[in-house]
Design a protein around this ligand. Structure first.
Ligand code: C2E
Ligand code: CA
Ligand code: CA
Ligand code: CA
Length: 279
């Protein structure tokens, strides 16, 4: 027992070991996901609250692995972030979304803006602007039809740098939406200096309206704040008619959520677009 006690610094934990093995397997699998064509995008419509028409869509990443199955971004984006794999994966997503949007434009008269998420690590990549320019060139998409969604927290982690970057994007005619708005610590003064097209109210607030008084008050405040900065406002995660009514009554511009549609395949989205075009 005495000997054992001395050795407790290198005890063996099957639990810990299992987790690190799993992690290694996941990491290896993720590192080959692009070349094995396991990544794909779903598209969720953004809908104008007054006209009920689709005005854009958010591209959302999915990973289908032959043995691990379908993996949601919450399960692999954090790993991609930690390992740096988010850089190639992120560019893959931007390229795929731009190419797909360009294809839709061949068949539809309505031109929509496709939104792609950009994480903090991607924001800090020194080749970001150069690579996005190359992707737009290669896919032949007009930059006006690309939007980047950047979380409030990512922007605020380095406001000066973010400001410079957002101005470069603006100069290229690419729009920026502030994602998960209300969950960070932005001040009005900071937000004013950023060239932002839209603010996305985080789902955590939208879910509480209209019953929860705080969520309703915050939602109203964000709508007013955004409008005073001449930004468009979109509510994410609207699931009920009541939420729709509340958002419309309080002048929110658009919504994205299961009530209108869950994220869908590129083919289904294309079908939906065609029905809208002929309306
Ligand atoms: P997000 O940017 O906040 O995306 C919105 C999430 O809310 C999506 O989850 C969407 O499917 C979900 N959602 C939409 N409407 C509703 C609703 O009415 N109810 C509920 N309960 N959920 C709704 P998803 O697709 O699982 O994506 C999760 C997160 O993964 C995203 O959060 C985003 O941060 C990240 N992500 C997804 N694709 C990419 C990507 O291409 N690049 C990067 N960097 N991150 C991505
Ligand atoms: Ca988003
Ligand atoms: Ca969110
Ligand atoms: Ca988000």
């Amino acid at each position: 027992a005495k000997e054992l006690g001395r050795n407790n610094f290198c005890y063996y934990s099957p639990e810990l070991n299992r987790h690190s093995t799993e992690r290694l397997i996941m990491e290896f699998a993720l590192s080959t996901a692009i070349q094995n064509a396991q990544l794909f995008l779903l598209y969720q419509p953004k809908v104008d609250l007054l006209t009920n028409r689709i005005t854009g869509m958010e591209a959302l990443l999915r990973w289908r692995h032959p043995t691990l199955g379908l993996i949601a971004p919450d399960k692999f984006i954090p790993l991609a972030e930690e390992t740096g794999l988010i850089i190639p994966i992120g560019y893959w997503a931007i390229r795929e979304a731009c190419a797909q949007n360009r294809k839709w434009q061949d068949y539809n008269t309505t031109r929509l803006r496709v939104a792609v998420n950009l994480s903090l690590r991607q924001l800090n990549d020194s080749s970001l602007i150069e690579n996005i320019r190359a992707i737009l060139d290669e896919t032949d998409l007009d930059p006006r039809y690309l939007e980047l969604e950047i979380t409030e927290t990512a922007v605020m982690s380095n406001p000066d740098k973010a400001s410079a970057l957002l101005n470069e994007l603006r100069a290229m005619n690419i729009s920026v939406a502030i994602d998960d708005f209300g969950t960070g610590y932005s001040s009005l003064a900071y937000l004013k200096q950023f060239p932002i097209r839209a603010v996305k109210i985080d789902r955590s607030f939208v879910q509480g309206i209209p019953a929860n008084h705080d969520d309703s008050a915050i939602t109203k405040a964000i709508i007013n704040l955004a409008h005073s900065l001449e930004c468009s406002v979109i509510a994410e995660g609207a699931e009920t008619q009541q939420q729709y009514d509340f958002l419309r009554d309080h002048d929110c511009d658009s919504v994205q959520g299961y009530y209108f549609s869950e994220p869908m395949s590129a083919d289904s989205f294309g079908d939906l677009l065609r029905t809208q075009t002929t309306l």
